[in-house]
Ligand binder design. Structure first.
Ligand code: COA
Length: 133
């Protein structure tokens, strides 16, 4: 397991009581939503176009997220296709009060650049970042 976040910080927020399940932990759906938003930010910047999510794969929820944790999504462009971008996203938390850093979730999002009618268009933005960390 990586000891440091990989990618660009795209979302930072705090897990709130409204996002919990009956056990008091944060819903996986809320976390997935943050990851989707985060990958969308990076994809839109890369393609310089409107983007839609076409797939999310390999979602792993490694540890629970708790109310008060600071939640950070890191995303990187792993691959650019003709119209699609493959974007792995990692979620790290800073535990409330203790400050402990944990990687809690990761998954791979595929987004497609689209025109105003929702039809795929070529990605003509930046090249993928070659993160080494
Ligand atoms: C994304 C969408 C525009 C693609 O339309 P399409 O007619 O399937 O277009 P294409 O077949 O040309 O595929 C476009 C690209 O997506 C990729 N793609 C399509 N389905 C995929 C899948 N399940 N997984 C990974 N990549 C996929 C294709 O490989 C292609 O990539 P490339 O151009 O880089 O080679 C269309 O499927 C769509 O509108 N989906 C709904 C998106 C949405 O609403 N998302 C939010 C969900 S709430």
């Amino acid at each position: 397991m990586a000891n440091e976040p990989r990618g660009e910080l795209v979302i930072q927020t705090i897990a709130m009581p409204k996002d919990t399940n009956p056990h008091g932990d944060i819903f996986g759906g809320w976390l997935t939503s943050q990851m989707d938003l985060g990958s969308g930010i990076l994809a839109a910047k890369t393609a310089q176009a409107r983007v839609v999510t076409v797939a999310m794969e390999g979602m792993s929820f490694l540890e629970p997220v708790r109310v008060g944790d600071t939640v950070r999504c890191y995303a990187r462009v792993e691959k650019i296709g003709r119209t699609s971008m493959t974007i792995p996203v990692e979620v790290w938390v800073t535990r409330y009060m203790t400050g402990e850093e944990r990687r809690v979730t990761h998954g791979v999002f595929t987004l497609v650049a689209v025109d105003e009618f929702g039809k795929p268009i070529p990605v003509k933005g930046n090249q993928p970042r070659m993160d080494t960390n």
